[in-house]
Ligand binder design. Structure first.
Ligand code: PGD
Length: 768
């Protein structure tokens, strides 16, 4: 049996087909492999695979058009040679009647790790070369708020977060880590494109052994690994900015702020200080003020601020904090707090965005480029901030304020999605369903019958990563992997590339899409810039065939100091790419936008859905809808590792013992989690690891809706039935799916069991 090298977003591995299962062996160089690898074992032959091109019955019978039956209709299977002309005809109709500006091809999603079969790049290249373009999406669900604010105040997210060897410095140098939102190792297990060495836990435990102090602010104890014995401050969710302001108050009023650093490297300190001390609004942001909002003891904050000024301190802000209303503020205030300590740019100190939240953040940038697929040129300029998808579909012609611009939503007639699962990633799924009822046609490429596939008119079976050759590479990961086919494509699955090549062919534009290359030629072509850069550096630069034969190569890291360190070393010759060239504690640009929900300096805004607000009278529990530890997002939810985390076939919901006692609930109870937007069922786990007033349930359970008295209930535990679909603020319009208010009751009436992974009803084709 031959084990072949391969890679995934959660780790490099080798694999072989053993009977009808896949045996998976983690890469030997990985010090801490992810158990998520186990989910691959039964995936290729799983019953939820899409087996043939499937057309929604209502679409075949009635033709394109808005339809509320999406999500409940049956499907008719066709052969590929019947399907391709039908789809080409519909694309031609939409192109002729409306043009590509009515096609949404933003197609957000993580798909699989390989660089060539990256589904989003494939669909973009197809729409650009065969149709002339598409309405695109900007930013990510992971970091929408940070992506928008950081360029204004310090520099682009990737340049700031993905340059330095922070994990190495943490192990050797950092004395105090102040982690807002924690550094959850479950999230560091994953990195888009692959992570061949999981170093987060080994680095943190090395720091702990050396005596480093870890302080965490989070409503969940396990947002920090138990190994580092962090001091746990269980603040009310959504109050981290207030806590940071309380710490800043101590630094400023006790003369602990590093004025020399602030004068040389920052602009706007005085304006921020006026807000912190209350000079500008009459409210001093004292530790007592912060305690009243956050529930964290003022004396503890005072002690911490003094320690931060005295020791080599790293301030980290997790992705989760900015995936919430006003999510821009904790990122900006985290930068400001680190600036006050004067440690930005020092080894092991300063600010890090999302250290511990994504596997490859905190590693040195690479010194050579990694392969990318040329997506061609998009002839359509319209775009949406990625998390505004439902608004786009529901409100054609409406306008949206975004980062100093005003966007107008086009009237979308056709949606093309490959490599993502909006019925996993988007908020308020009843609203999304209403949005999905509006276009004329929705086309999805999927491997499995996800809820997104079940809401499409045309579902085309795509191969999964194990069924094809590719190149595995990721920013900040020094291994490039020759990802080799482990099993033949199952059932009728075809590669996204092949599907698009045939569709482009049916539209008369095959060569424009394929570039006249075979898949193998594409891999060699995409590999070449890496090889050339290795050769230019005088490194071992194997040919593509040699690389393929070897199975992997090691890539060098960059030697330049990176954006922030370069700036700190020489602010005059290496200014930051901000308007002032310095760190902006006050931004004239942002102030100039005149937004009521984002001021010229970091500020605490009271959110709508938080435990200190009026709505908590109706829905008294704050749901933390965070990333799962047992799978990546919704991917391979049926896999053995994901299934082992379920209770009674549903997603577990954790609740503090006092909240459980008030509701007379116990571990194992089936509970209904609800608010005015919808409901989901979960199995209760009573736990001291969540703060009182907070419940936690992970994202990613496949949406399995039943309708009851006009309410959509997911019987499997999909949290996005209840999350709120609003942008973080006008600045970023990012995803706010992390937190919302709910209540929880025992589910008394029995609920019919549904198989979340079953294919929809496949009907016979009626021939006249
Ligand atoms: P995945 O489950 O990874 O979720 O959202 P995303 O849509 O990325 O979906 C990827 C899909 O691609 C899977 O269905 C998989 O089968 C399919 N796929 C994989 N490989 C291929 C391929 O080669 N070809 C094709 N055609 N398909 C493929 C993730 C998003 O969810 C993210 S990044 C974040 S950070 C958000 N987090 C939260 C959150 O914290 N809280 C809430 N409430 N909601 C969130 N949603 C967001």
């Amino acid at each position: 049996m031959t084990y072949k090298p391969h890679s995934s977003h959660w780790g490099a591995f080798s694999a072989a087909a053993v009977g009808d299962r896949i045996d998976v062996v983690p890469h030997p160089d990985d010090p801490c492999p992810s158990p998520i690898l186990d989910n691959l074992r039964d995936a290729p032959g799983h019953r939820s695979r899409v087996r043939k091109p499937a057309f929604r019955k209502g679409w075949l019978d009635g033709g394109p058009g808005p339809d509320t039956r999406r999500g409940s209709d049956g499907y008719v299977e066709l052969e590929w040679d019947e399907a391709i002309p039908l789809i080409a005809a519909e694309l031609t109709r939409v192109e002729r009647e409306y043009g590509p500006g009515r096609v949404f091809g933003g197609s957000y999603g993580w798909s699989s790790a390989g660089r060539f079969h990256h589904a989003q790049s494939q669909v973009h290249r197809f729409l650009n070369t065969a149709l002339g373009g598409y309405v695109s999406s900007y930013g990510t669900y992971s970091a929408g708020a940070a992506q928008a604010i950081m360029p204004h105040v310090i520099g682009g997210l990737d340049k700031v977060a993905r340059t330095d060897d922070l994990w190495g410095e943490l192990a050797t140098t950092t004395e105090l880590v102040v982690a807002f939102g924690g550094m959850p190792v479950r999230n560091a297990m994953v990195s888009a494109g692959g992570v061949s060495r999981h170093v987060a836990l080994p680095s943190m435990t090395a720091a702990h052994r050396r005596g480093a102090r870890f302080v965490m602010f989070s409503p969940l104890r396990d947002d920090m690994p138990a190994e580092v014995e962090a001091e746990w401050h269980a603040n009310l969710p959504l109050t981290d900015t207030a806590i940071m302001l309380g710490l800043a108050h101590v630094l400023i009023t006790e003369g602990l702020a590093d004025r020399a650093f602030l004068d040389r490297y920052c602009v706007g300190f005085d304006r921020l200080a006026d807000y912190v001390t209350g000079k500008s609004d009459g409210v001093a942001k004292t530790p007592e003020w912060a305690e009243e909002i956050s529930g964290i003891d003022a004396d503890a904050l005072r002690e911490l601020a003094r320690a931060m000024a005295a020791r080599r301190t790293l301030v980290t802000v997790s992705n989760s904090l900015q995936r919430a209303e006003f999510g821009e503020q904790p990122v900006w205030m985290g930068i400001a707090l680190a600036a006050l300590t004067g440690q930005i740019g020092q080894p092991g100190g300063g600010f890090s965005y999302s250290l511990g939240a994504i596997g490859n953040v905190g590693k040195r940038a690479l010194g050579v480029p990694i392969p990318t697929l040329n997506q061609g040129k998009n002839g359509v300029g319209d775009f949406i901030p990625v998390a505004r998808i439902t608004d786009l579909l529901l409100n054609p012609g409406a306008t949206l304020e975004f980062n100093g611009k005003v966007l107008t939503y086009p009237d979308i007639r056709l949606v093309y999605w490959a490599g993502g699962n909006p019925f996993h990633h988007h908020q308020d799924l009843s609203r999304l369903r209403a949005g999905f009822a509006r276009p004329d046609t929705i086309i999805v490429h999927e491997q499995f019958w996800t809820a997104t596939a079940r809401h499409a008119d045309i579902v085309l079976p795509a191969t999964m990563t194990l069924e094809r050759d590719d190149i595995g590479a990721s920013q900040n990961d020094t291994k490039m992997i020759a990802m080799k086919q482990v099993v033949a494509p199952q059932a009728g699955a075809r590669d996204d590339f092949e599907i698009f090549a045939d569709l482009a062919g049916a539209l008369g534009r095959r060569d424009a899409f394929t570039g006249g290359r075979t898949q193998r030629e594409w891999l060699a072509e995409m590999y070449e810039p890496t090889r050339a850069a290795l050769a230019a550096l005088g490194r071992n630069a194997p040919s593509f065939e040699e690389f393929w034969e070897q199975g992997e190569i090691e890539l060098p890291t960059a030697t330049d100091p990176g954006l922030v360190r370069g700036f700190v070393q020489s602010p005059e010759t290496a200014p930051l790419p901000t308007p002032s060239g310095r760190i902006e504690l006050f931004s004239d640009t942002i102030a100039g936008f005149g937004y009521a929900d984002c001021a010229g300096h970091p500020k605490w805004f009271e959110p709508v859905e938080w435990l200190g607000g009026a709505l908590a009278g109706t829905y008294p529990l704050q749901l933390v809808a965070n990333q799962p530890s047992t799978r990546l997002h919704s991917q391979l939810d049926f896999g053995s590792n994901s299934q082992a985390g379920k209770r009674d076939g549903r997603e577990p919901l954790r609740m503090h013992p006092k909240d459980a006692a008030t509701r007379k609930l116990a571990t194992g109870d089936t509970v209904r989690v609800f608010n005015g937007r919808g409901a989901f069922l979960a199995t209760l786990v009573v736990s001291e690891d969540v703060r009182q007033g907070v419940v936690q349930c992970s994202t990613g359970a496949w949406f399995t809706p039943v309708e009851e008295d006009g309410t959509t209930i997911c019987v499997h535990g999909n949290v996005n039935t209840v999350t709120r679909d609003v942008g973080t603020s006008r600045l970023a319009q990012g995803c706010t799916g992390q937190l919302c208010l709910v209540d929880v009751v025992r589910q008394v009436t029995p609920v019919a069991r549904r198989d979340p992974y079953a294919a929809p009803k496949i009907e016979e084709l009626q021939t006249a």
